[in-house]
Each structure stands twice: as C-alpha cells, then as structure tokens.
Design a binder for this molecule. Structure first.
Ligand SMILES: [Zn+2]
Length: 618
C-alpha cells in the first residue's frame, strides 16, 4: 500500500474567495493536474465547475479526453456541455451491454425480462464480457443472438468506434477497463468510484479454482483442496506458473473448460489463494500485482479489487469534493497527488457563502441507519413534520434505503416533496432546486464493510474496545474508511440540496439528523426533543381528536371525564395527555371547584401536529 504524497499548495486564493475567483483559479488547477506525471486528484467542492472545467481544458488544448462518471444523469450533462457553442466538442457515449445490446431486455428494476436475457446475464456473471458473448453466441447458447440477425448490434457498433474521431468519450467507471478508450488520451474520473472496481464472490471461488487447476497442466493440483494442502510441496511449479501467468482475466478458459464452475477470473482466484496472508482479525489479504488485491472474510467470501490499467493514458485526473486520499490510492492502485482548490479554512465559508447552505444539526446522536436497526420512524417523522411546518415548505428527505422502507406508510410521503436513499445520490441533481432539506441518519455500512476495505489495503481493522457511534475507533486506516463512507457521504447528501440557482434563489437550509458530519463542518446546532404521538397505544391522537369533537371546544372548559368517555385509553392516561398538552402550550388549565378538579380550555390545540410535539432544546 502506498502512502499519501505531499499536498501541493492550494490555488493561492484570497481568504473567503468569491465563486468567480474560485472558478478562474480552477482553470489553473486543472491544467497543473493534467500536466502532473502521476494521477492527480482535484479536490473541489460542488458548484466550482470542475466537471465542466475538464471539458473546457480539453477544448482549449485540443486534447482528446475520456471521462468516467457514476451515472447517466451526469453523462447527459457532459453531453450537453460538449454541444455548447464555446466548447463544440465531438462526443461519443461508450456502449453498455446491458443498455445497448438489443438481445438484453431488463425490466424496470433491472432484472432479466426474458429467458434469453437470464441466460446471457448468467454467462456474463462468469466473467465473459459482452463482446466475447456476441462472438461465441452459438457456442454458448446453441443459437445466434437476435441482435445479430439483421446487421450489427448497436452495442457492438459502439465498441467498434474509432476513439480518435472523438474529442470526448463518455463512460461509466467500468469502461476504464478497456485500454482502447484511454490509450493516448487524457482521462478524468468524476467522483470517487467506491466499489465499482470491486467484485464480490460468495461461494464461487473454490469451485472456480478447481475448474481452473483442472485445466492447467502447469499446476500439479487436482482441485482447490489439494492446492491449499500441497502448495508447499510444489513451490517450483507454482513459481513457474506465476511467471507465465499473463491473463488475469481469461474468457477463453471459461469457453474451453468442461467444468461449469469455470470463471474468467479463475487464474486470479487461484493466485489469491496461493498468495493470501492472514491478518490479525482473521481476514485474509492477497497482493495480486499491478495494484490488484483481494480480501477474504471469516466466512470465506472473497472480494477482488481490480483497478483499471490506465498506464497508457497521457495523464489521469480524479475529481472529488470530499476525497479521502488513502481510499483513492487503494481503488486506483497507484500513488496520487492532491490538488486542493481551496485552503482547508476556506471550506466552511464556501459552504455558506458560495453554495448558500445553512446546515443545522438536530441531534447529538450518531444514528447509523444503513442496516435499518437504528431507524426510528416514530421519532423521525414528527421531526420532518415540524421542520416542514417551521419553514412552511415541503422538504426533500435523504436517508438510507432501509430508512425509506420503514418510513413508508407512516406518513413520510405526504410530508416530503422528494425522497432518495444515500446509495442513489452520486451524480444526481434531483434536489438541485429544493431549498429545504432533511438528512435522516448516516449511511454507516456496518463494521464488515470497514473491515473489507481495510483487508483490501492489507490492514487488520477492528473496532477498538468500548468505542461506539461517533467515537468509534477503527485504527488509522479504518478511520479513513469511516470518514469516506460515513461523514463525507452525509456531507455529500447535504450538498445535493439547492445546487441550482433559479429565479435569483440559490442554496438551501439543510437539517442533519445525525452527528456524522466531517470535523471541519461547523453546523448550527438546534437539538430537537420529540414527544411522539405515533404509537396507537399511546392515545394522544385520540385525546386531541376527542377535544376537537367536543361541542364548542374552542370556547368552553372541560374536565378529564369529558375526554375519557370518548377515548379507548384509561382516564388516568387521558389526564396525563391533557396535562402534557398544557405543558406543551396547546391547552390551559386551572384546578379547583368541586372535588378540586382540573379544568381545561383551548389555547391552540387545532395547531397540534399530526405525529408529535417537537421542541428545540438549544
Ligand atoms: Zn447485441
């Protein structure tokens, strides 16, 4: 694992720079980054124009560029910019087997819509790529592909373009594996690819290793078990095999093998089993050369991180608003130099003044919501309702997928103008004009994911005893992963709101219901205290409805008994609820008269929320 290289100086901006100053410096940073001999990482928060900036650089220098981006939405944007008069760049979108091949038909959820597609994707999962599937269709399927019956398949046509005829090639991260598209071109990688280059296998590896060693005359093992047991007896043979191994990805092996478990990564899976080292936390780590690494968890499930080989590119530039260098270096399999656009001290003013973001933290709790266990709809829904009421606006809400599932049917849909899960945000502009945002909980992926990244990097990551939530200490590398996958993702979610200036309005107020923000962010704190009315047994809603059902409820007085006879909870609970409503300011009361009874009258119970009473405690 490489270590972080020195940081070059920031763009030399004055303190609290304006957007115009920043954007004019950006051009210099992009130029320096492309001229840098190693992979360069431009660190620039959203709205600095870095994506547009790389195209502008390409247009000005007449250099050919290939851009890899996370989603089609962002690629559409790139395509529109290319067409603008002042850039006027010719562009081609790199083809996708799933999207462009006419023989593949997927339903809305991305699942196979017919039998042929199911067959094709099962072949694809053995590591045989789209092109090889087309070339070997009759052998693999026993029939010709329908997309080849009348002329050429659009996917194959896309593969056969002449890259030299295009100023700009646009693709997904996985297109970076195809050397033709990066050779002698400048390459930009927009946003952190995360696990795009990681392939996970549960039960496949041992049978695939067996299928590979069966076919390999140079390896003297019958199967996976024998490879593990007798490795030390055949060191010379293994050494020779390693020297001759040139294809880590071998589709021919799958096409020729009699064993149906064969996988194109068979050679690499075999190598990983020969090279693996035990880490202190009982995970395994294997170095596979050229930045390729593998990790195995204690359940014997493997992850292979296979960085693309961009060695023939003129130069490689990565773009990220909140990068963690250690992870970028791991994922790209190479040393990377940082080119920050802003000084560290300028980042908070940038959020406020340039992005126009007002960030408000509403809890001191960590609220790890990814796994679903920590999600608390009965608390969170009243918070969303309160914030919407407070701003007289319908907020957009970002939370975990599990969170959205649990909020469903509990009122969130009527309280939020738009909802999305953390996993679906990259490169998305759907919250661009939403001025009120709420981020519920953080996307902690679970300790095993933190350990997986650690094991890929060769570190034994463990949660230090007695640490939890915000203070969880995973050791140096694990804490880098935590920062990248949790705090920075929360901030990325916050920055999705209000990106677009419209009718002179920009920015957003974003409430963050988790303490998981990066250390450098200085949110305003308005901690909420929630009295939830959402549980049926609680009965507060019944009490309020009963009050509103009384004759002349707004002008008369009433006693506990008047309400108790209209609700299914006990008189004692009804009385408690009435007293709470007094305390919360919805009712008034006085005690006296016959039997020293409590008498209630209305203040503003008609304004009571649907889901609970929420107060700011500080
Ligand atoms: Zn096709």
């Amino acid at each position: 694992m490489t270590t972080a290289t020195a940081t070059s100086t920031a763009a030399g901006l004055s303190q609290n720079p304006t957007l115009e100053q920043i954007q004019s410096c950006l051009g210099d940073v992009i130029r320096e980054a492309f001229e840098h001999p190693q992979t360069a990482l431009i660190e620039a928060l959203p709205a600095s124009g870095k994506s547009y900036g790389v195209l502008k650089w390409a247009a000005e220098t007449s250099n050919q560029i290939t851009v890899f981006a996370p989603r089609h939405e962002l690629m559409d944007e790139y395509e529109d910019w290319c067409a603008e008069d002042d850039l006027d760049l010719s562009v081609s979108r790199l083809p996708s087997f799933h999207r462009d091949c006419e023989s593949v038909s997927l339903d809305e959820k991305g699942n196979p819509a017919d039998e042929l597609t199911e067959k094709l994707l099962s072949i694809y999962r053995k590591g045989i790529k789209g092109e090889a599937i087309h070339q070997n269709a009759s052998r693999l399927l026993g029939e010709q592909l329908p997309c080849l019956e009348h002329g050429e398949c659009p996917f194959i046509e896309g593969l056969n373009i002449d890259p030299e005829s295009y100023d700009v090639l646009l693709g997904h991260y996985l297109h970076a594996y195809q050397p033709d598209w990066t050779e002698e071109r400048y390459v930009a990688i927009d946003e952190f690819p995360g696990d795009a280059f990681v392939q996970e296998y549960t039960g496949k590896v041992p049978p695939a290793v067996t299928a590979y060693v069966e076919e390999q005359d140079s390896l003297p093992f019958r199967d996976y078990e024998e490879l593990l047991e007798r490795q030390s007896e055949f060191q010379e043979e293994v050494k020779l095999w390693k020297q001759e191994l040139c294809w880590h990805h071998d589709a021919n092996h799958v096409l020729q093998a009699k064993n149906s478990s064969a996988h194109a990564l068979g050679p690499l899976m075999t190598l990983a089993n020969l090279e693996k080292d035990r880490l202190d936390n009982r995970w395994r780590h294997a170095e596979l050369g050229d930045g390729k690494v593998a990790a195995r968890n204690t359940e014997h499930e493997w992850s292979f991180l296979l960085p693309p080989n961009l060695g023939k590119a003129e130069s490689v530039v990565a773009l990220d608003g909140t990068p963690v260098l250690e992870l970028w270096e791991l994922v790209m399999g190479t040393e990377i130099e940082r080119f920050p656009l802003l000084d560290d001290d300028d980042r908070q003013p940038y959020l406020e003044d340039v992005l126009g973001l007002e960030i408000v933290q509403t809890t001191e709790n960590w609220n790890a919501y990814q796994g679903g266990d920590g999600v608390s709809p009965t608390v969170d829904i009243p918070v969303v309702e309160k914030l919407g009421d407070l701003h007289d606006s319908t907020p957009g809400v970002i939370t975990s997928k599990e969170g959205l599932k649990q909020y469903e049917g509990r009122g969130l849909n009527s309280l939020a103008s738009r909802t999305e899960n953390y996993g679906n945000l990259k490169g998305s502009n759907r919250f661009g004009t939403i001025r009120l945002g709420i981020v519920l909980g953080n996307p902690h992926p679970g300790d095993d994911v933190v350990k997986k990244w650690g094991a890929l990097a060769g570190y034994s990551v463990e949660r230090q005893d007695g640490t939890s939530g915000e203070d969880t200490d995973y050791g140096y590398f694990g804490n880098c992963v935590k920062e990248a996958l949790i705090q920075n993702e929360v901030l990325q979610a916050v920055m999705r709101f209000g990106r677009k200036e419209m009718d002179g309005e920009k920015g957003a107020t974003v409430y963050v219901h988790t303490s998981a923000l990066p250390d450098w962010v200085e949110p305003e704190k308005r901690i909420v205290s929630v009295d939830s009315w959402m549980t049926q047994e609680d009965g507060m809603k019944q009490v309020i409805d009963a009050i509103l059902g009384l004759d002349a409820w707004d002008s008369r007085e009433w006693k506990t008994g008047d309400i108790a006879e209209r609700v299914s909870i006990s008189a004692r609970y009804a009385r408690e609820h009435l007293k709470n409503l007094v305390e919360q300011g919805y009712l008034e009361s006085w005690q006296g008269g016959r039997g020293n009874a409590l008498h209630f009258s209305n203040v503003c119970v008609e304004e009571a929320s649907e889901y609970g009473h929420v107060e700011f405690t500080e």
